[in-house]
Design a protein around this ligand. Structure first.
Ligand code: GLY
Length: 389
């Protein structure tokens, strides 16, 4: 059985759903394929929209892209709230980055100097100033920096609003797993599916692959692209306030505690998301006692009141990491568009990615910030460098 559409989107995380919604809003007939197993990294995220506090040495092209994305996000969120009547919990307070010991402070100060050299705003705060912004911070906190350019969003509300917007705009959902995307010069792409009660294949004018780390397992993608994507495990915790306890945080806190990073992201309802580990363990989504211990230990070192909150959920997700930490977005064959590898920035980049992909699908050029993130950079299969005898 074959189903025909203008566009088939593979993957129902925030990237795929945002693309499907926007492509349908642009007048295209869209089918979204997702196995519906709830494995998307989008649901495990903390929802930080953090170009400034996520920027690292050597990633200036990614920073430019992330800045484009954070500028775009509020208007996109407004459109989404209007389309669905759902609040997505966008917060613009910024990130308060704090350091626990003198070594942590030295490392944070070095990184902040680098960020300032790129024109990013950072307000230096001594320990007392940090605590005047966040009174529950531990007295041990040495000091920190306020990065006002970062936002956050409730990733689960956001993901669910995107699904609703897509459905309201006419996107058809097929609950299967895509096994192959067959493209040939001049021929319409064919998307092969597995799963009981779903079509064997879909034919379309264009297919957009946004299946996160799993994209690498789909037959028919350029070999170098498949090899460039891998799962990077992240475990995180969701904490809730006991009845009658007022919110314990206003800003997103990113703390360096004895050399390890931990973040605490507050929601309007008082929920606190604490994350995250970064582990190279392949396709493994188990939650480990050690990770829960380490996250709580580091969170309680900087915010002792964390220990009084209810541990509502522990979860693990698989970020789609790439060889250079940047996303892979662009045309990769006749009728084949890739939009994957968003690694630590999937929620942040979702709106800008939808813009870029809809531009490609409608014959327009994406914003220049995307130039460094085309699939072409991985077009040749990656081979490990030879070791000299
Ligand atoms: N962006 C946060 C994380 O990947 O843990």
């Amino acid at each position: 059985m074959a189903v025909t559409a203008d566009i088939v989107v593979v993957g129902g995380g925030v990237i795929g759903t945002a693309i499907a919604w926007q492509a349908a809003a642009a007048g295209r007939d869209v089918v979204l394929v997702d196995p519906g197993t709830g494995e998307s990294a989008s649901l495990v995220a903390a929802g930080m929209l953090a170009p400034v506090s996520e920027s690292l040495f050597g990633e200036t092209a990614l920073l430019a892209l992330n800045l484009l994305a954070v500028r775009r996000f509020p208007q996109f969120a407004d459109e989404l709230e209007e389309a669905t009547g759902t609040q997505v919990g966008l917060r613009r307070e910024g990130t308060l980055a704090v350091a626990y010991d003198p070594g942590d402070y030295a490392a944070l100060a070095r990184l902040t100097e680098f960020r300032r050299s790129l024109g990013l705003g950072a307000q230096s705060l001594d320990a007392r100033a940090c605590r005047s912004l966040e009174p529950f911070l531990a007295p041990d906190v040495r000091g920190g920096f306020l990065f006002a350019g970062d936002y956050s969003v409730d990733n689960r509300r956001y993901a669910s609003a995107l699904s609703r917007a897509a459905a309201l705009t006419g996107v058809r959902i097929v609950p299967g797993r895509v096994t192959a995307v067959l493209t040939a010069d001049g021929a319409a792409p064919e998307v092969r599916l597995a799963g009981a009660g779903v079509p064997d294949s879909l034919s379309c004018a264009a297919v957009v692959v946004c299946a996160g780390w799993w994209s690498g397992g789909i037959e028919g993608l350029p070999a170098g692209v498949s090899q460039a994507v891998r799962p990077v495990k992240g475990q995180l915790l969701r904490l809730r306030l006991p009845a009658a306890m007022p919110p314990v945080l206003h800003y997103t806190i990113r703390a360096t505690v004895r050399g390890t990073d931990v973040y605490l992201v507050p929601r309007a309802d008082g929920e606190l998301v604490v994350g995250a580990t970064s582990e190279e363990r392949g396709d493994d989504r188990t939650v480990t006692a050690g990770a829960v211990h380490d996250l709580l230990r580091d969170a309680m070192s900087v915010l002792p009141v964390t220990g009084e909150l209810t541990l509502a959920e522990t979860c693990a997700g698989l970020r789609p990491g790439t060889l250079d930490n940047g996303p892979i977005v662009g045309v990769a064959g006749d009728g084949l568009v890739i939009a994957t590898g968003h690694y630590r920035n999937g929620i942040l980049l979702s709106a800008a990615t939808a813009d870029a992909v809809v531009a490609l699908l409608t014959g327009h050029a994406p914003a220049p910030e995307w130039a460094a993130f085309s699939p072409e950079r991985f077009a040749a299969p990656h081979r490990p460098a030879a070791v000299r005898p």
